[in-house]
Design a protein around this ligand. Structure first.
Ligand SMILES: [Zn+2]
Length: 242
């Protein structure tokens, strides 16, 4: 169904291998929930999103950088769990996957059904799909995305209710980190020719102009950080507090 290009496929196999080493079939099921649901969501509303390709640096087909941004940390935790077995890795991987799932559901569903999102930078309405902007629908979708993975993790790994509550909450938090980084840190550009606000470095065959954020921080990096930060918090809480 062309969810991935070739480099994306190779990266996915690497991510799957890492997760399978550390967490076996249960880890793969958890990863599969994210991968299948986000792929279907992004295909489902592709027509409506056609114009988003102009704003976003990439289309819906994933390449290796997007796979690594969303799954690289999960693979890393898989390898850690394999070489240094410890109960703490289970909630860490659950938070990683629940937060990437929350982020993806939020952006896919938010751009599909949400009204004009509000930028958290200036509280003005911006075009659907703009980084660093929120809608009520997208926020609810993020909660649902985190919940879906949390419930699956609870069933697969038999986790205590309090642990599940923390996993759900941290996974949900990832989408706020994503929005905040997207608004204030991610590079945002303007086309010198058609004046479109875009995440692309080149538009209308011309280099675009940086209007905010850091030039070298793109959406992939923001996605990566917004799952790694809650996962690191989970690691601290499950190791030191619980
Ligand atoms: Zn342009």
């Amino acid at each position: 169904m062309k969810f991935l290009n070739f480099s994306g496929m190779v990266a996915s196999i690497a991510v799957g291998t890492g997760v399978a080493l550390g967490f076996g079939i249960k880890g793969l099921i958890l990863l599969g929930i994210f991968f299948v649901s986000s792929s279907l969501l992004s295909k489902f509303k592709q027509k409506k999103k056609a114009y988003l390709k102009e704003i976003h640096a990439k289309g819906s087909e994933r390449d290796w950088t997007q796979v690594v941004a969303n799954g690289g940390a999960a693979a890393g935790v898989g390898f850690l769990a394999f070489f240094y077995p410890d109960q703490v890795w289970v909630p860490v991987i659950a938070v990683l996957i629940s937060s990437v799932n929350a982020d993806t559901w939020a952006s896919e569903i938010g751009t599909m059904v949400g009204k004009a999102p509000i930028s958290v930078r200036n509280f003005k309405k911006v075009e659907a799909g703009t980084s660093g902007a929120v809608t009520v629908e997208g926020t609810l979708a993020a909660a649902a995305g985190s919940l879906a993975v949390t419930v699956a993790a609870g069933v697969l790994f038999v986790l205590a209710p309090t642990h599940l509550l923390i996993i759900f909450f941290l996974g949900f938090t990832g989408c706020f980190i994503d929005t905040w980084l997207g608004a204030f840190v991610q590079g945002s550009f303007k086309c010198r020719v058609c004046s479109l606000n875009t995440e692309r470095a080149i538009h209308c065959s011309q280099p675009t102009r940086l209007i905010s954020g850091r030039k070298w921080i793109n959406n992939d990096m923001v996605n990566f950080l917004s799952s790694v930060i809650p996962a690191a918090i989970a690691h601290f809480i499950f190791l030191n507090v619980l």
